[in-house]
Design a binder for this molecule. Structure first.
Ligand SMILES: [Zn+2]
Length: 411
């Protein structure tokens, strides 16, 4: 039955273009920063779509908006969600695609006159992007209980306005209390925002988890001296140690393999002059892995190497953790539902981690969660040229449809 259920792809594409016209930038792309007037217009548009589908719509105190399509039983819903706020130079698809596909899943069920055993919900969460207010994924974090509502409401944005005031200004400080919603499970359909599916010519990414993140900042302290008169054996060169750490990080990722990645993204020499041995260097190493144990091992090896390299050069090293998030594995039964739908529909797919953060990783703490990726051409996202071919968008939405039907109709 589910393999025959297909959504109206043209209607999905039309809705993406319609929402994308709100806050459209002259050179292409879109700007709807969280809780801005453009965000309000986008929200109003999405709520109108929910109401036209006959969904019962609730807005909670942090502005998360949920529409529910009833099931045959009064049980917690299978939720589909994402976000409709964007970065300042965003594309049409990041977040919006997941929300609009969720609406189309419900429209398809409604058109077919189908009610499933469980209710099906579609949600958009407030301030996923974190461009105006920190932290990102704020709405889902409050929803899940990982961030206190009062703390979130008091957060000041880059323009000095608090989240609470901005919510009131746009009329989305809703009456529903946060966190009293029971959810059966959560699916998020999203563009990959990376190059893997595009490069490998695959239609579907079966996302098995979100990478853990470890950001270490090293501070190296050596001795500044003349580049011409100081013999090599007498140097305490912080720049040399920084370079060794950078090379080691790359080799470590290659040696550990799997999903391990390592990046030196920030490196500052002092005094940073052509003929002076640098005495201080700060550099950062960004390590990511989907496996918690492997990430810990990578950190330990990196830190041990930095100590050793500093010791060999006779300089000192200290380190400071800038960020640390454990990996979030998705529920195996949700991952398998997505994989089975890709197979059923003859869509080439692969298992993969998410390299970016998503509301799904927050929701994974309160219910079984899963994600579906579709290709991003050239891996571009947070960019006005973000693009996914309509056929890929429609294929991904059909996988969402099938997975939701299976999940919501299970015994
Ligand atoms: Zn997103």
């Amino acid at each position: 039955m589910t393999s025959e259920l297909r959504m109206n792809g043209e209607r999905l594409m039309a809705s993406l273009y319609e929402l994308g016209a709100i806050g459209a930038l002259p050179q292409g792309g879109v700007c709807r920063l969280a809780l801005s007037d453009e965000d309000r217009q986008g929200r109003d548009w999405a709520v109108a779509r929910m109401q036209a589908l006959g969904l019962s719509v609730t807005v909670d105190a942090i502005g998360n908006t949920v529409g529910v399509y009833p099931g045959l039983t009064d049980t917690p819903p299978v939720m589909m969600g994402s976000h409709i706020d964007t970065v300042a130079t965003g594309g049409l698809y990041d977040g919006n695609y997941g929300v609009l596909s969720g609406l189309e899943v419900i429209a398809t069920l409604k058109d077919a006159g189908m009610r499933l055993r469980r209710p099906v919900a579609v949600a958009f969460f407030t301030n996923e992007e974190g461009s105006r207010f920190q932290p990102d994924m704020m709405g889902s974090l409050v929803y899940q209980g990982g961030l206190a509502l009062e703390t979130a409401l008091a957060t000041r944005g880059i323009d000095g306005v608090t989240v609470g005031d901005a919510l009131r200004q746009i009329g989305y400080a809703g009456p529903a209390s946060v966190g009293d919603n029971r959810v059966d499970s959560y699916f998020e359909l999203h563009i990959e925002q990376g190059p893997v599916l595009d490069e490998e010519g695959l239609a579907i990414g079966v996302v098995d988890g979100v990478q853990g993140i470890s950001w270490t900042e090293f501070h190296l302290q050596g001795v500044s001296n003349h580049a011409g008169t100081t013999p090599m054996r007498l140097r305490h060169d912080a720049g040399y140690v920084a370079a060794r750490i950078g090379v080691f990080a790359r080799q470590l990722a290659q040696e550990l393999g799997g999903d391990q990645v390592a990046t030196v993204g920030h490196l500052v020499f002092t005094p940073n002059l052509v003929n002076v041995i640098p005495d201080t260097v700060t550099l950062t190493v960004d390590l990511r892995n989907t496996d918690a144990e492997a990430l810990r091992l990578a950190e330990q090896r990196l830190w041990a190497f930095a100590e050793q390299a500093a010791h060999e050069e006779g300089i000192s090293v200290s380190r400071n953790m800038l960020a640390r998030f454990e990996p979030t594995p998705f529920a195996p039964e949700m991952v398998e539902l997505v994989a089975a739908q890709a197979r059923l529909r003859g869509l080439p797919s692969r298992r993969m981690p998410s390299g970016a953060g998503h509301d799904a990783q927050i929701m994974a703490a309160m219910c079984p969660a899963g994600m579906i990726f579709v290709p991003s051409v050239a891996g571009l996202s947070h960019n006005i040229n973000e693009f996914t071919a309509p056929q890929d968008l429609i294929a991904g939405a059909n996988v969402l449809l099938g997975a939701v039907v299976q999940r919501a109709d299970r015994a």
